[in-house]
Design a protein around this ligand. Structure first.
Ligand SMILES: Cc1cc2nc3c(=O)[nH]c(=O)nc-3n(C[C@H](O)[C@H](O)[C@H](O)COP(=O)(O)OP(=O)(O)OC[C@H]3O[C@@H](n4cnc5c(N)ncnc54)[C@H](O)[C@@H]3O)c2cc1C
Length: 622
């Protein structure tokens, strides 16, 4: 920040601190205790929402309210212990929204359960704890799409700001060959990134096998080179060996009198008024369906952080979305924005499962041997060591297209006439995305596919830059009455299917290496009956799931390309409404997305603060 501006900022902050009197009430408030208005109302106390709210409340002259639909977590093992958290014990509980997709035609009309956390801390409270950034090319593609200032270099500062990295112990690094680049990490952020104290020995076979096929180990994915083979940390507290998650942003702000949190409360609508641009005057909320709705006024900005399913739904029920959808449900159109809920992207999950004849110590022992389970649980409780410290996979193979097939991506491009059913801006935006992705997928700088070795005896395959697009559509004008229709459409684009088939065939090359043969592997799923491309495709479509990395439904893109937010994350056509969660990512990176979500939230907070500073300056002019 230039020095004249920072002096101005200090003066404004001092002035406002005297001008605003904030009653000192506990940080958890009830609907009856909240102030009549807040400078910032953050909708959704999840991964991004708590990060933004923490940063905004650093300025004690600004009042910040977070409204979260779920409760506070109960601090149980299922949240804290990496091995148990990874077992997803909170799926289907009161901490989950319990949503299911609509039948997906491209997957034989199957529906898929789509866990989404409903708890303070959001999905970071229940996720697989893998913590990695995508490759530089993944973020540079955002800028190429028309988002000036959004590239890997500009995000690097925010990746670091959110992170508190601890290197693995020398013993572990030496035994497994873990490499890292100290300069690529942050050390003062709220989210710990570190390695578990225990790694399954089978990882050595996996690494050896991929190396024997010519793949190199990248020094550290955090430096923009998350390609080939690399070591990925977890969102893990290195001392306690417990989950590190967005709750830590909340913990860091809990003593601030200007920071209020309303849990067990669902936002039902944005209350708007029209001028040259639409303004959010208040946020309407309710404790549960059927109870009376209340309102809180928005003094400066409403910040939407309800995630990729619910942020677009909140916009749609508030009249901001595709006019045709809104009219069909009798919702008054406030801003006709066709991109709201479109452009849904995610990583598909394709398991390949093995029996391992020659292995005595594997993760599967935890499920088959109760004595081993109990001993390891006691070890964790006593010394925070052993398999219970181990959450998401730590070795990632992120391979470009040319490593798995000699065919060029163009061979599988959808003919343009098949897009004629799309609204013109959505079709234009999709074609821009296709062009960028197909160009980049031809290079070695963008990964097409991910392979993760699971020490239970499995490989998870995932297509990283899908060309298939789904959507989120509200099915009712009343938010609380129905879950929106989630249509993933995944594997509907031929290139996505082709990449999945070629990757599955590649797993057979990997398992044929001497290093993997040592384990005595026998593929049981999809197994020997899936040999031809057609058989493999059928097996994939019958057996695939979803990595739960949903993005794109409030995409940051130019408005004429179907974008929902501009480069400052402001919703088009509105004056004081931003979206800051996973949904703004226009193209999904080749990474599990939480590190990117935190980085975006940190950047968003800086932009909101800077916008506020200028507004106050202009307002104070005679
Ligand atoms: C099972 C699972 C495993 C995953 N594993 C990994 C992993 O290992 N590594 C990784 O990097 N990523 C992983 N992810 C993805 C990552 O965790 C998410 O992309 C990220 O946490 C999303 O952050 P968000 O802020 O967009 O949404 P969330 O963190 O989901 O926050 C949204 C919040 O808004 C609240 N909310 C919604 N609607 C309303 C409303 N109307 N009123 C009030 N509050 C509302 C929700 O209750 C929630 O708390 C995983 C995701 C899932 C589901």
């Amino acid at each position: 920040m230039p020095s004249s501006l920072s002096t101005l900022g200090t003066l404004i902050t001092l002035f406002s601190a005297f001008a605003t009197s904030i009653p000192l009430v506990p940080r958890f408030v009830s609907p009856d205790e909240i102030l009549a208005e807040y400078d910032y109302v953050v909708i959704g106390g999840g991964t991004s929402g708590l990060a933004v709210a923490n940063r905004l409340s650093e300025d004690s002259s600004k009042t910040v309210l977070v409204i979260e639909s779920g409760p506070m977590d109960d601090g149980s093992d299922s949240f804290k212990i990496p091995y148990l958290g990874r077992g997803y014990l909170n799926f289907g509980t009161k901490y989950d929204w319990n949503v299911t997709t609509v039948p997906t035609e491209s997957l034989g009309n199957r529906t898929i359960i789509m866990p989404q956390a409903r708890v303070l801390g959001g999905t970071s409270s229940i996720n697989g704890m893998q913590f990695a950034r995508g490759a530089a090319s993944d973020y540079d593609a955002w800028e190429e799409l028309g988002n000036e200032g959004w590239n890997f270099k500009s995000l690097d500062k925010y990746f670091k700001k959110s992170e508190n990295f601890t290197a693995p112990s020398e013993k572990l690094a030496e035994e497994f060959g873990i490499t890292y680049d100290k300069s690529a990490h942050g050390y003062t952020g709220y989210i710990h990134s570190s390695f578990p104290r225990f790694l399954w020995p089978l990882l050595k076979n996996w690494i050896g096998s991929l190396k024997s096929l010519g793949h190199t180990v990248s020094q550290d994915p955090a430096s923009g080179g998350a390609l080939q083979l690399f070591w990925s940390p977890n969102s893990l507290n290195p001392d306690m060996q417990t989950r590190s998650f967005a709750r830590e942003y909340y913990d860091g702000a809990q003593d601030r009198a200007n920071f209020h949190v309303l849990v067990d409360t669902t936002v039902t609508k944005l209350v708007t008024s029209r001028g040259d641009k639409v303004k959010v005057d208040a946020v309407e909320f309710s404790r549960s369906a059927g109870t009376s709705e209340k309102r809180v006024k928005v003094k400066k900005e409403a910040v939407l952080a309800a995630g990729s399913i619910f942020s677009p739904q909140i916009l749609q029920v508030s009249g901001i979305g595709p006019a045709s959808l809104l009219k069909s449900l009798g919702i008054e159109v406030v801003v006709d924005l066709p991109g709201v809920g479109a452009n849904l992207q995610g990583h598909v999950y394709i398991p390949v499962i093995y029996q391992m004849a020659n292995v005595s110590l594997a993760a599967a022992n935890l499920t088959t041997n109760a004595t081993f389970y109990n001993e390891m649980y006691e070890l964790y409780k006593a010394k925070q060591d052993g398999p219970f410290t181990n959450g998401g996979p730590n070795v990632v193979a992120m391979l470009p297209l040319s490593d798995i097939t000699p065919d060029s991506p163009e061979t599988f491009q959808t003919p343009s006439e098949s897009l004629s059913h799309l609204e013109p801006s959505i079709s234009k935006g999709y074609q821009s995305q296709l062009k960028i992705l197909l160009n980049r997928l031809r290079t070695k700088h963008m990964a097409a596919t991910e392979l993760l070795w699971l020490s239970e005896g499995g490989i998870i395959i995932s297509t990283m830059h899908p060309l298939s697009r789904g959507s989120i559509k509200t099915t009712s004008p009343a938010l609380l009455s129905k879950i929106p229709a989630i249509s993933t459409n995944y594997l509907s684009h031929p290139l996505d299917t082709k990449i999945a088939i070629e990757t599955l065939k590649y797993t057979r090359k990997i398992t044929a290496t001497a290093e993997m043969q040592e384990l005595g592997l026998v593929e049981v799923l999809p197994g020997a009956s899936a040999n031809t491309n057609e058989q493999i495709e059928k097996a994939i479509k019958d057996g695939s799931g979803w990595m739960y990395h949903m993005v794109g439904t409030c995409a940051m893109m130019p408005r004429d390309l179907g974008g929902v937010v501009d480069v400052e994350l402001r919703v088009y056509g509105t004056r004081n409404l931003r979206v800051v969660d996973a949904s703004v990512q226009p193209l999904i990176p080749a990474a599990h997305v939480q590190a990117t979500v935190y980085a975006i939230a940190e950047k968003a907070a800086d932009m909101i603060k800077a916008g506020s500073l200028w507004r106050e300056y202009y307002n104070s002019m005679p």
